[in-house]
Design a protein around this ligand. Structure first.
Ligand code: BGC
Length: 880
């Protein structure tokens, strides 16, 4: 048996509204081991019968089965069908794969639609909802219909009273003046021959509502606007286009107020029954105005749009000592509460969301800062009413029910999590339940903060695309979820928001530059901080490793180059680059009491990241054949490392900076003189011992501290550090009942007090960057940099930490990569799964002997047993 079972488009399961043929990948299965591809053929056709072939690759002799680009000029609003067959190394051809299809967007941005709005300049200061509608007449039998939709603000789109799609918070958040995404929907089933109604509900969202801790509104504009184009393909081959224009009508909606931080006020008495269906009389509605907006900045969001992912029932409803009625969902999350209420006309429901209870067990709102996270609903008074917010989201585990008609019961509520829809690719389970909870918390940290952009936190008046947080968590995120479309989209904004000189903003989309003059810190600078700005290089690198995709390197190339050149331009005569505001080892515990800035000097952090990003850029240049750039930047890298050693080490090879973080990044980024490696690693261990076995690292040191130990002969110490469960540690949070990852090690201190409310998120994924160590080191699923994208897998499990078993898997483009290891007394067992068309190297470190090799041929030195493995499943037993 040899089959092609799954075809992926742009590394994802869907590709809606694309303007180029998506890159094609496929998975194969075989009942033979050591199976790989010798040749393939791809066809793209006009229909599922494949009788009109638009593009045929022909038989291509190649081992490549991921990320293939084909050239075909797409037509606007058409469906395309793709299938693949492959030949294996035994010269057996598979059948054609099941087909997948994609449909195209508006090619060359040739829009007929106009942006329209029913708001005027006078609406600049409000954040209300508006309705827009138009009747359209379809005169013939329909073959297919595609809709392309976006807004300045947020929108819900309706056809004949039915909500189109399952996406939320569309069109997402981009740097709206330079980049706006549209969403594409196959709406064939929603329209009929005859009269149809197109309707839209619009809210303020990120576009014109109040944003950032600077509390600025109208950052992108004063009026919301909407754009839609519906392309009808009639059965007789003719076409029609219906588009937003001056003939549409608009009115206010029952959303009286809705903003990202503050929540929503909805008055159900203002609902207009049937407003988005045929036959509605819009006598008091107004004509819309056409807005002049640049349509060349539009691009399709082909996958990973935000949506509802999980539904959670509340665990309990209780009274706090203060007498507040509080709902507890048992999980910190991001999304909203849907409720079912029966009240009289005018009765009010008021709900205030929050994350944690205070020391006395009362509702704690202080860490939300100015964000109100409040939902206010006025009943229409007709039976059971169901509601959830339209244009806002909350970060919460709890909600205080401030007002409710009658007595609220558990069954009146359900929580809906909202985040960008991505396939979960990574799973990790082991014998230590605290570690399993940590893995859960890391995953939920991602779920809570990947809402169209990688945010820092989902609850307070911030929720911004902090580049540093995104950078340190990117490798972990790439294990947990298929992040391809999500990161690709955000990196576009990283590039468009870069300064002319190549500086990278602290947050993307950049809502700080130009608005931070009164901010104590940010008045010093709103872009180009080490470890933050390096997201411009490190994210493409993480994606290249994970997907083996060179397309992302090509698209981000000039952005990456500009950033490295920016650092180079700001170098002083000692070879140290620096620029305005730096965050250094942010919120490290070796900071002065109450301070955010860790003890590791900025110069060292800047230089270390300068070296790291320059090296990664050089490697990526080489990966796409830009050899002369590779040479130039590799020479630069060597120079940076030379200066680093000169500036930060004494003549005996000791680091001049005695912090854990300085040691961690010097080791992990390989910035040390090799002859001193043992000594520096030993000194890191000593620095940890000095803290009684604890870490005191911040954003810069934390992601790599366990790697720096385990890669340098201190696996036991790495495990000890990970498994600490007293303050400060990852598992201390777990022991405190955390369900997500905290922003501060001392967010909640052992004495029950909290870090100051001015910056204390309990859902901040940054320190969840340890997730990478669980997958890469403990489970030992490692990417081979030379053959990325899991084409060649390195399995190198790390036995220890009294863990008796680990079960971990990653869904790669080639299929499931998995490992199970089990240790009982001195006997061990490892089962690995290697997908078809990949190979692996299995390393078993620190074992005595192989007992059962399952046909694998092991070689060994005194450190490790090693076998080269072809596709298939293998179980090896050994003694320790
Ligand atoms: C954010 C962080 C961010 C930091 C940088 C904070 O307010 O929440 O996660 O990286 O600022 O200064």
């Amino acid at each position: 048996m040899f089959n092609v079972i799954k075809v992926k488009l742009n590394y994802m399961d869907e590709a809606t509204g694309v303007v180029e043929v998506p890159r094609i990948s496929w998975q194969m299965v075989s009942d033979e081991r050591n199976c790989y591809q010798k040749a393939y053929q791809i066809q793209i056709a006009e229909n599922e019968r494949f009788n009109v072939i638009l593009c045929d690759s022909g038989v291509i002799e190649s081992h490549v089965s991921a990320g293939i680009s084909l050239t075909l000029k797409l037509q606007t609003a058409q469906r395309y069908f793709v299938r693949v067959k492959a030949q294996n190394n035994l010269s057996i051809w598979s059948e054609w794969s099941p087909y997948v299809c994609f449909f195209s967007g508006i090619i060359n941005n040739e829009w007929q639609a106009k942006f329209i709005s029913v708001e005027t300049e006078k609406d600049a200061d409000n954040s209300k909802g508006t309705y827009l509608r138009q009747e359209v007449f379809l005169e013939k039998r329909i073959e297919s219909v595609f809709a392309y939709v976006t807004a300045l603000g947020l929108y819900h789109f309706y056809i004949n009273g039915q909500r189109v799609g399952i996406d939320e918070m569309t069109p997402g958040w981009t740097s709206y003046h330079k980049h706006l995404m549209y969403q594409a929907y196959n709406v064939t089933e929603l329209l009929k021959t005859g009269v149809n109604v197109l309707g839209a509900h619009i809210g303020a969202g990120w576009y014109k509502g109040l944003m950032s801790f600077n509390h600025i509104r109208n950052i992108y504009g004063k009026k919301t606007a909407f754009l839609a184009e519906v392309h009808v393909n009639y059965a007789d081959g003719s076409k029609a286009i219906f588009a937003t224009d001056e003939n549409w009508q608009g009115d206010n909606s029952p959303v009286v107020f809705s903003e990202i931080y503050d929540g929503e006020i909805y008055d159900a008495r203002l609902e207009q029954v049937g407003w988005n269906s045929p036959g509605f009389k819009e006598s008091k509605w107004q004509n819309v105005q056409v807005e002049n907006c640049d349509k060349s900045i539009l691009s399709p969001q082909y996958a990973s749009k935000p949506g509802i992912n999980d539904y959670l029932k509340p665990k309990q409803i209780f009274q706090t000592p203060k007498g507040e009625t509080v709902l507890d969902f048992g999980q910190n999350m991001t999304g909203w509460i849907e409720f079912f209420v029966q009240g009289k006309e005018g009765d009010k429901v008021i709900i205030k969301c929050f994350e944690v209870l205070d020391g006395e067990g009362n509702a704690y709102f202080a860490n939300l800062r100015a964000a109100k996270e409040t939902i206010e609903y006025t009943c229409r008074g007709s039976g059971m009413e169901t509601y959830h917010p339209n244009f806002t989201y909350q970060g919460f585990q709890y909600a205080q029910i401030v007002s409710w008609p009658g007595t609220p019961l558990l069954e009146n509520f359900k929580a809906c999590t909202v985040h960008s829809v991505m396939e979960q690719t990574g799973t990790f389970e082991c014998s230590n339940s605290d570690l399993n909870q940590l893995q859960h918390n890391i995953l939920w940290g991602l779920k809570g903060n990947f809402l169209d952009i990688p945010m820092d936190c989902p609850q307070r008046d911030e929720r911004l695309g902090w580049t540093g947080d995104a950078e340190i968590f990117s490798r972990t995120a790439c294990y947990l979820m298929n992040t391809y479309a999500f990161y690709e989209k955000w990196l576009w904004d990283v590039a468009v928001d870069q300064t002319v000189e190549g500086g990278v903003p602290h947050v993307v989309p950049d809502v700080l530059t130009g608005y931070s003059d009164n901010d104590v810190l940010l008045s010093q600078g709103t872009h180009s901080a080490a470890a933050w700005a390096d997201a411009a290089v490190i994210l493409p690198w993480s994606m290249y490793l994970t997907f083996g995709d060179t397309g992302i390197i090509r698209r981000q190339y000039s952005s990456m180059k500009k950033w490295v050149d920016f650092m180079h331009f700001h170098v002083d005569d000692k070879g140290i680059w620096s620029y305005k505001l730096q965050f250094g080892d942010w919120v490290a515990l070796d900071a002065k009491p109450g301070d955010y800035f860790g003890a590791t000097p900025n110069e060292l952090v800047c230089s270390a990241y300068y070296a790291y990003s320059t090296l990664l850029f050089a490697k990526m240049a080489r990966a796409i054949g830009k050899d002369s750039d590779y040479e130039t930047y590799f020479i630069l890298y060597n120079e940076i490392v030379k200066n680093y050693r000169k500036n930060f080490f004494d003549a005996e090879g000791n680091l001049l900076v005695q912090t854990q973080t300085a040691h961690v990044i010097s080791l992990y980024f390989n910035l040390i003189d090799e002859q001193y490696r043992t000594k520096i690693a030993a000194n890191l261990v000593a620095l940890i011992q000095k803290e009684n076995g604890h870490l005191v690292t911040g954003f810069v040191g934390t992601p790599y501290i366990c790697h720096a130990l385990s890669q340098n002969g201190y696996a036991k110490e790495a495990y000890d550090l990970l498994l600490k469960d007293d303050f400060p540690s990852w598992l201390y949070q777990v022991k405190c009942g955390a369900t997500t990852v905290w922003e501060h090690w001392d967010g909640l201190k052992p004495d029950g007090t909290m870090w100051s409310a001015d910056m204390n998120s309990f859902n901040h994924y940054a320190y969840g960057a340890i997730g990478e160590w669980l997958y890469r080191a403990i489970a030992g699923i490692e990417i081979d940099e030379q053959v990325p994208g899991y084409k060649h897998i390195i399995f190198k499990p790390l036995f220890g930490g009294a863990i008796s078993y680990v079960k971990a898997a990653y869904k790669s483009m080639y299929g499931d990569v998995s490992i199970y290891w089990h240790i009982k007394k001195m006997e061990g067992l490892v089962t690995i799964h290697v997908p078809v068309n990949t190979t692996a190297t299995l390393y078993l470190d620190a074992i005595q002997a192989i007992s059962e090799a399952d046909s694998l041929i092991f070689t060994n030195d005194d450190k490790s047993y090693k076998a080269e493995v072809g596709s298939g499943e293998y179980t090896v037993t050994f003694t320790l």
